[in-house]
Design a protein around this ligand. Structure first.
Ligand code: HEC
Length: 446
């Protein structure tokens, strides 16, 4: 190495700088608060983990007490650092970040948990520990508390007699809703009807079957087909949805629910595997009707996922009218890795609205945009849905990286679409909504 006077000087200066930096890092470390279970972590776990991580809930282990949490500290660190737990897999740096049902950790909470594990998962002063939460283990409607009442209508599927050992079953019964007049739906929830069903129902869809002779609740200039459509679904991570105050779904008299219940035998016979649907109605007719739409990421050639590759596919949809997009719900199976929803506006501008970069096939999560964050987009907006499937050995869920994979119902087959509730708007209304929102944003700004 050439050591001219100048470069020597630079070298010394660099050393000095490095020394100063390491000193300040030391100082920071010295000054860093000790993170403890009692003082910091317990409260975060109560809010963000314990609903699932307790006896009789859906997670494999309880995280109610210090002893339990400490036992799992290394795995907790891993899952929290990789943003797998809590189950909220939206990329925190891309697209919309305000949701009505956000159960992710804030950056500070995340840092606290990681620091706690790194410091040896200490208990701290147990007198600081928040009082244990009380849980209600009865079969409840999860939305009942928020809605302030039990559902107005409950529709049950027929029971299915599932053998102890058998291939997966797809049970598709139809049940009348019993409605004699049109109703506007404010919220919907599906649940397995009993504990045994909870163990064997892998997921369940409910389609609303009704004859639409008039175009009720759709702006006159909006030309979209109305027909039987998906009403609600149940899977781990998703139970139901409350629509915005001014929007709802329409149920007509003599309508029927067609179920699709995916059953997975667990080694003991379940003679009454059954799901039920709770529906809350609006008292008054809401000003908008929301329609669940499937934005496909398959493209014209369907899915074609070669062995040992990461496949990228995309599909497009042109919105036939101005609209508000209420949510983002990617659906893929075991090889699903990531999905994005991007808009290209008639102006040519483009924007990624949402991106799940860490898809976990056993979690079907509906990311519901907050009121003032839900995109209000003009007629002619092109929606691009893009899906990544990881069919390599690096994907821990991949049952066989040497298989070619195409579209299909089984979890070892693939799918690639995004369920979005679309609220179509008339042109004037679209303009008014945008103006209102911009005015609110200005009021709120400092
Ligand atoms: C909505 C329910 C839910 C919430 C909230 C939740 N978990 Fe989980 N967790 C689960 C389920 C179900 C599993 C098992 C399936 C899986 O791994 O996805 C799991 C698995 C885990 C595992 C892996 C266990 C193992 O043996 O590999 C860890 C660690 C974990 N969770 C930690 C946490 C922490 C920490 C939080 C809160 C910051 C949290 N979870 C929030 C439901 C939840």
């Amino acid at each position: 190495m050439r050591t001219s006077g100048l470069s020597k000087y630079r070298f010394i200066a660099k050393l000095g700088l490095a020394w100063m930096i390491s000193l300040s890092a030391l100082a920071q470390e010295g000054g860093q608060e000790a993170v403890t279970w009692a003082g910091d972590v317990a409260a975060i776990f109560q809010e963000k983990c314990q609903e699932c991580h307790r006896p009789n809930s859906i997670a494999p282990m309880s995280l109610l007490t210090y002893e339990e949490a400490k036992l799992f500290a290394p795995v907790i660190r891993y899952r929290v650092e990789n943003r797998v737990m809590p189950p909220w897999h939206i990329n925190p740096n891309v697209g919309i970040q305000e949701f009505t049902n956000d159960r992710g950790l804030s950056p500070a909470e995340r840092e606290t948990i990681l620091a706690w594990v790194d410091q040896g998962a200490p208990l701290g002063d147990s007198s600081e520990e928040p009082r244990a939460l009380e849980f209600n283990d009865a079969l409840v409607w999860r939305l009942e508390e928020q809605m302030g009442a039990a559902p107005d209508l409950v529709v049950e599927s027929e029971p299915f007699d599932l053998a102890a050992v058998t291939q997966d079953k797809w049970f598709r019964p139809t049940t009348p809703t019993g409605l004699s007049e049109a109703k506007w739906v404010k919220a919907i929830e599906i649940r397995p009807k009993n504990a045994a069903s909870r163990r064997v129902v892998h997921h369940s869809l409910a389609f609303l079957m009704q004859q639409e002779t008039e175009r009720v609740g759709i702006p006159e200039d909006v030309d979209i087909p109305l027909g039987p459509s998906l009403f609600m679904e149940w899977a781990v991570g998703k139970a139901g949805q409350i629509f915005r105050p001014d929007t709802g779904k329409l149920m007509l008299p003599d309508s029927q629910i067609m179920w699709e219940v995916h059953l997975h035998a667990m080694g003991e016979r379940v003679p009454n595997a059954q799901v039920e649907l709770g529906v809350w109605f609006h008292d008054e007719v809401p000003s908008h009707r929301t329609i669940l739409s499937m934005f496909d990421a398959q493209g014209p050639r369907s899915l074609d996922i070669p062995p040992n590759e990461i496949a990228v596919t995309q599909g497009t949809f042109v919105l036939p009218a101005p609209a508000r997009l209420e949510n983002f719900q990617p659906h893929m199976h075991m090889r699903g890795k990531a999905m994005s929803m991007e808009a290209i506006y008639p102006s040519g501008d483009r924007e990624v609205l949402a991106f799940v970069d860490n898809f976990q096939w056993n979690w079907q999560i509906n990311y519901v945009f907050a009121e003032d964050a839900a995109p209000i987009v003009p007629k002619g907006t092109l929606i691009i849905t893009r899906a990544w499937h990881d069919n390599t050995a690096n994907n821990p869920y991949n049952p066989d990286p040497n298989q070619w994979v195409g579209w299909g119902d089984r979890t070892v087959d693939e799918m690639a679409h995004n369920w979005v509730d679309v609220t179509y708007l008339g042109q004037e209304e679209y303009e008014r909504m945008l103006a209102d929102r911009n005015a609110r944003a200005q009021d709120g700004s400092p």
